[in-house]
Design a protein around this ligand. Structure first.
Ligand SMILES: NC(=O)c1ccc[n+]([C@@H]2O[C@H](COP(=O)([O-])OP(=O)(O)OC[C@H]3O[C@@H](n4cnc5c(N)ncnc54)[C@H](OP(=O)(O)O)[C@@H]3O)[C@@H](O)[C@H]2O)c1
Length: 330
């Protein structure tokens, strides 16, 4: 038996999450069984934990949790052996199949990455999908020519998970970071992570009539989407890129084509779910090399499994700062 957050449909059709003891025989098929040690609460977890399953969960009962780290317990995959420390992010685990808010998970060997030297299962989940994606976005910007010394790089949704790690990574890599937040009380937190400038959310939350504004940003890691991303496109320097990571501020992109035509800006789509294995390893290795673990510690909000449903609701309201780390055995 193992403990898990289990979501079941109530009579009114709404899904409800509760703690349950489950039989290992209930785990989905897969080559590798993992004794989960830590998971995290990402924005997408908030969607999966909601009464509708966020449109992402279709089969009930369901164990959510889109990422986890732990030790291999048993493996039919020759690449993994009992005791190996592994990370899982993406591949629709926690959405289309059972995920990491549990003491055990069973997945395909192809989906796992070894915890890189320098990280533990706990710090790997402090990074989690949010931090993995922040690094993926930084690497995409660099691939499109971003380098230190070109000007300020904007991070939107800065006090959230993706945003916090993006600020820390960019600052450590020598970039001048401007952080957009709707929570003025997070200013000293964001400056501690390396933000040189705080941009109040309301300054940039709405689109304006002019499709081009002053060339301000050398790049952007955007966790918000919606009108804010549309506005940022008109403020990018010529040839600069914005990495579109998230939609915490909305799904629509009410943008003008003009910044693309007159300034040659780029909008880079970031999908962390199906990143090929070799690139996953490269992203994790660079995180282990370049993320300041002291700053990462300062982002952590520890949690137990029984706190997960409430934290899922909180993250959808933009009320979680930094990274939640769930100790599934606490
Ligand atoms: N593309 C991918 O593969 C991928 C991977 C990971 C995450 N994501 C997406 O990235 C986004 C962030 O994820 P996360 O886990 O970092 O969530 P998070 O911790 O909740 O961070 C989102 C942040 O966005 C800001 N925000 C929230 N609501 C807003 C609104 N209505 N208008 C403007 N800003 C708002 C808040 O920051 P402030 O309080 O500082 O303003 C909030 O902390 C989500 O949309 C998530 O689905 C995508």
């Amino acid at each position: 038996m193992f403990r898990a957050v289990l979501m079941e449909k109530a009579e009114d059709g709404a899904a409800e999450a509760r703690l349950a003891d489950l039989d290992e025989a209930a785990l989905p098929p897969g080559e590798v069984t993992v004794a989960v040690e830590y998971s995290t609460v990402n924005y997408k977890d908030g969607l999966c934990l909601s009464a509708s399953g966020g449109g992402l969960v279709r089969v009930w009962p369901h164990v959510p949790g889109i990422d986890f780290a732990g030790r291999v317990e048993t493996s039919d995959d020759p690449r993994w052996n009992p005791g190996d420390r592994v990370i899982l992010t993406g591949w629709r685990v926690g959405e289309a199949q059972w995920g990491g808010f549990a003491q055990k998970a069973r997945v395909r060997g192809d989906w796992l990455v070894a915890v890189p030297a320098g990280l533990t299962t706990r710090t790997a989940m402090a990074v989690g999908t949010a931090g993995f994606t922040a690094m993926q976005a930084l690497m995409a910007l660099e691939d499109h020519g971003l380098a230190p010394g070109q000007g300020e790089v904007l991070v939107t949704g800065a006090a959230g998970g993706v945003g916090s790690i993006a600020v820390a990574l960019l600052a450590r890599a020598g970039f001048q970071v401007a952080a957009v937040t709707g929570r003025p009380e997070t200013e000293s937190y964001l400056r501690g992570l390396g933000a040189a400038r705080i941009v109040p959310r309301e300054e940039i939350a709405e689109t304006v009539k002019r499709p081009l504004e002053a060339e301000t940003w050398a790049g952007c890691i955007d966790a918000v989407g919606g009108a804010m991303l549309a506005r940022v496109l008109g403020q990018l320097k010529a040839g600069a890129s914005a990495a579109a990571v998230g939609n915490a501020g909305g799904l629509a992109l009410p943008a003008s084509i003009i910044p693309f035509l007159l300034r040659g800006v780029n909008l880079l789509g970031i999908n962390s779910v199906t990143v090929p294995q070799a690139k996953r390893v490269a992203i994790w290795d660079r995180i282990a090399r370049d993320l300041d673990l002291r700053l990462l510690e300062g982002m952590i909000r520890p949690a137990r499994l029984d706190e997960v449903p409430a934290l899922g609701a909180a993250i959808l309201k933009g009320a979680v700062q930094g990274r939640v780390v769930v100790d599934v055995n606490a």
